[in-house]
Ligand binder design. Sequence first.
Ligand code: ADP
Ligand code: MG
Length: 277
Amino acid sequence: MIQEGSGIGERVWGSDPILQGLDLVRAFGDGGSLSRAVDEVSLEVHRGQFVLMMGPSGSGKSTLLAMLSGLLRPDEGRVICMGEDIWSLNDKEREQFRLDHCGFVFQGYNLFPSLTAREQIELVARWGQGATASEARDMTDVLLERLNLIDRAHLRPAQLSGGEKQRVAIGRALIKAPDILFADEPTSALDWAHGEEVVKMLRQLSKDNGTTVVCVTHDHRLVPFADRLVDLEDGRLKRQSYGFHGVTGPSGHPTHEPGEINPAIPAKPTLRYRATP
Ligand code: ADP
Ligand code: MG
């Protein structure tokens, strides 16, 4: 089922991709030793999908993710995210776009050592989202509950396990209800019990909130949780499976049709970021 539009303004998402990479190229090195980490890759991601980008170490996954998420400028090609050609924006506009629409989760958690789990998340609600102190507390409570962290909320990163730290990082990314969550190897520093917990939670939260997730991993154990797989090899797209192609949810059943959009998800109308000329 393709949902035509989501009822807000004139915006019709339909099956339009929320994120598109077009002929992306990025090389590293210089002169004779210039080599393409990402070599003419095009792909599209649809709203609400949980997409896994897989491939062996060095295949260009992180480079591709960084270009798609506005962190690394491509040498060639374009990225269209929610209708914006993000690499044609200036740095300030792109930063604002990322703040408004994108969340990030990295292998290394990137938490503040001196803040408690609760404070890491509240800080974003407070200063990123402009919530009042009591709003931020309430929003954070809801998320801590859903992340099974409420009993650990008063602890600092050094007192938390790897899985707990990653859940805090996910909470921090999700508190601002991003349209797209980018994750680079979110489970690779974790043993599988914690890794599985993290990926299950990521999937559940993304389904509940309608967040599109683009997750890079070389861990095949994440495959059953994905709606879609993108395979990279030597910087090139080896295979891109649309829809399920045999990929099922943890229950063993596909959780939704390819391109399907949960009608319960309010689509944020696209804001224009380009400075008016
Ligand atoms: P993956 O995430 O799949 O392990 P990366 O995107 O990190 O792969 O790297 C792809 C290729 O690009 C590798 O050969 C890597 O050495 C090279 N590369 C990535 N980032 C840099 C960089 N900042 N400087 C030089 N080479 C880089
Ligand atoms: Mg990488």
